[in-house]
Design a protein around this ligand. Sequence first.
Ligand SMILES: Cc1cc2nc3c(=O)[nH]c(=O)nc-3n(C[C@H](O)[C@H](O)[C@H](O)COP(=O)(O)OP(=O)(O)OC[C@H]3O[C@@H](n4cnc5c(N)ncnc54)[C@H](O)[C@@H]3O)c2cc1C
Ligand code: FES
Ligand code: FES
Length: 454
Amino acid sequence: MISFICNNKEISADSPGGLPVLDWIRAQNGLKGTKEGCREGDCGACTVVVGKPVKNGIEYSALCSCLLPLGEIAGCHLVTIEGLSSDNSDELTPFQRSFYDEAASQCGFCTPGMIMSLTGCLLGSPELTVSAAMEALDGNICRCTGYVAVKRSVHSVIEALPQKWENRLDMLIANGHIPAYFKTISQRLGKLPSSTNSSDGTVVAGGTDIYVHSSNKLSGEQPDFLCRRDDLNYIRRDREVVRVGSAVTFNQLRRSPVISSILPGLKNFLSKVSSTQIRSRATVGGNIINASPIADMAIVFLALDASVTVSGRSIPLREFYLSYKKLDMQPGDILTEISFPLPEPGSTLSSLKVAKREFLDIASVNSSMLFRIDNGVILFARVSAGGVSPIPLLLARTGSYLCGQTLSEETIKEACKLAENEISPISDVRGSKQYKIQLLKAQIRAHLSRGVQQ
Ligand SMILES: Cc1cc2nc3c(=O)[nH]c(=O)nc-3n(C[C@H](O)[C@H](O)[C@H](O)COP(=O)(O)OP(=O)(O)OC[C@H]3O[C@@H](n4cnc5c(N)ncnc54)[C@H](O)[C@@H]3O)c2cc1C
Ligand code: FES
Ligand code: FES
C-alpha cells in the first residue's frame, strides 16, 4: 500500500510503486483535470504539485506527473488542479480568474498545467517575483494561445500579492490561492506511513530519463527509489573537496549556498538546463549515469575534474566513460557521490550550451571551462565539451595548451584548432558536423572572453 494525501483526501493505493502518478490520477482516480500530452516531460500539461515533509514543514514543487512514480509520493501531499478548489465551491483562484480575464487560454489543454506550475511557484519558490513566476512556466508549452496573455496574468497576480507576510501558507489561503485545508496537511501527513513497497531492483533516481523510454515496463514494477535515500542527498565542503550526493537534484544544486559560494556562475547555467519541473526531479547521479554525450552536468563536472564513487570505488570522471553509453561500472553498481577539488581562489567556471530552443531543450553543443587568468596570462585551464563525441569529453590537449599562454587572438585560434582535432562530431538532428565544430570554437572564445571581463 502506498499512503499519501491527494488534495484533501487520505489515500492508500494498492498499485505498483512504478505506476506513473499521471495514470493513477486520471485512470484510477478519475481526476481528469490533469492532462496527458507528450508523456515525456516536454509539454507540462500533466503538471501537479507535490508537497514533501521536510524538517521545518512541507516543501512543495511542481512536477511532471507522467515521469513521477507513485511510490515516490508515499507520505507526501499530491495536489491536482481539482485540489485548488475548496470542497463544495467552484470559486476560481486568482491565477485562474486572471487567465480568464486576460484571455490567456483558448483550447485550455495547457491551462491546468500552467496553473499548477504557478501554484507550485507560490508554494515553493524562494522568491515571489514576476521573474520567478515566469521562470516557473519554463516547462509549460502552449500551442494555441501563446504567452503574451499569460505574461499579463502573471504580472497582475504577482503584483497584487501583499508585500509582507508572516506565514506564506496563511497569506496564500487568505488571498484565495489555495484552500484552507492546506493548513491541516502537515499534521495529517505526520500520521501516514511514508514507506513505500519493497523494491524489485530497477534503480530510479529522478526518473526523468528512464521514464521517458521505459514508462510502460516500470508501470508494473516496484523500483528502488534512490531519491528517498537521505544518505545520497547532501552537498557539503570537506576542507579542499566538495561532495555532492548522487540523488541531489538540479534545483537543490542551484539553490545550494555551498555551490553558490564556490561556483557563482553555475546557478545561471542551470536555469538553461531542462525545466523547473524536470530540475526538481533530475539528479546529478542520473545525469552522469545516463551518459548522454550532451549531458549538461557531466560536462560541468568534467571541467571540475570530478571523481565518482561507484559502489565504494572512486573513479575519475574523465575515465568513467568508456564508449557511447558504456561506463566503467557493473550491473547492480550504484553511483553514490560526485566529488571535486575546491577550485583555486580566482578561478572561474564558465558553462555554455547552445540548443535549438533557449529553454527546455538539450544542447547541440555544450562546454565548460574552469580557468584562472592573471595579468593577461592563463595560469590554468580545463575544458570539456558535449555533442562533439560519443561521450562527454574532456579536451585534455586543449586545456594543457592553454595553461601558461598569454591570452591573445593567436592563443584562442590555436586552442580552437587543437579542440577541433580532439573532437569527432557527427551530423544529426541537432546540427551538422561543421556547425558543431563552429559552435565549440565560438564557445571556447566566449569562455575566455568571460575571463577577460572579470
Ligand atoms: C523534458 C526533459 C528535458 C531534459 N533536459 C535536459 C537538459 O537540458 N540537459 C541534460 O543534461 N539532460 C536533460 N534531460 C535528461 C535528464 O533529465 C537528465 O539526464 C537527468 O539528470 C537524469 O537524471 P534522473 O535522476 O532523472 O535519472 P533516472 O531517469 O532516474 O535514471 C537514469 C538512468 O541512470 C540510472 N541511475 C540513476 N541514478 C543512479 C545511481 N545513482 N546509480 C546507478 N544508476 C543510476 C537509472 O537506473 C537509469 O538507468 C531532460 C529530460 C527531460 C525529460
Ligand atoms: S504529459 Fe507532457 S510533460 Fe507530462
Ligand atoms: S490554450 Fe491551447 S495549448 Fe495553450
